[in-house]
Design a protein around this ligand. Sequence first.
Ligand code: SF4
Length: 308
Amino acid sequence: MSTGLEGTVTPAPTSPSRWATPPRRCWARTSVPWFQCAPSDCLDNPTADPVPSGEMAENSPIEWTDATWNPVTGCTKVSPGCKHCYAERLATRLQRMANPRYTNGFSVTLHRDQLELPLRWKSPRRIFVNSMSDLFHELVPDRFIQDVFQTMGQAPWHVFQVLTKRSRRLFELCGELSWSPNIWQGVSVESKDYLWRIEDLAKTPAAVKFLSLEPLLGPIDRLPLEGIDWVIVGGESGPGHRPIETRWVRDIVLQCSAAAVPFFFKQWGGRTAKSGGRMLDNREWNGMPRVGLTQHGLATPDGTQEAY
Ligand code: SF4
């Protein structure tokens, strides 16, 4: 299946040989104090491993993953959860810092030279796929998505976490994708208006299906959890962040408990992602899927298999 829009995709820079000369003072730290820097984003950091090659690997500060892999960057907004998109802010910042991967800013850009990057990472990782985009964006060609899935299948020692708001395209394309058991497919749902994304996810053959309820913008009292292996909840962070309410989170904990679905509470949110911490009722909630970790060589993190 083709979107018919492939020709409109902005090409990536062909040979990102070197990053720009590091600025004398960090633009982000001096101008945008609410940003959380990842080590490999930082042009001031001499230990930032991927700088010379322009590769897009990074250790991720996101609590539920180990690394990010971005064969696509850039996106467009589709629903209220996108209003304060972190990826858009970061892409704009990296463009200003003359990062060659972001010369197009937040426009959808394919990075074909990154397609096989995880094959070169020999130690097992949980890899968040396209933290800076949405793999199922309408401007990403079917063939490119298939290539991403092929790479994931060739690296069974990793777990790949794919998250989308474009669940309809995910559903329409899922029969043409190679689903290996190390692919965890998720959908983002910010309010009960978007529960239909879960229905789309449920129809896919993904071995592990998960929900990211972040930023949670309202109560969701009837989560359809049948066939769902994991639920993540988080509040919004950054300028203009919209507050999350404790009762919304507690209600989702109860629903997950009743359905025996592991629950992960990422953050309360606030001015920064760390502002409010991540304690709920005097504890962290670090539930992870009960399948798919050890069989793929990843050590099960402490406390992740606990029952409720
Ligand atoms: S779908 Fe995700 S990456 Fe795209 S604009 Fe919305 S929040 Fe940002």
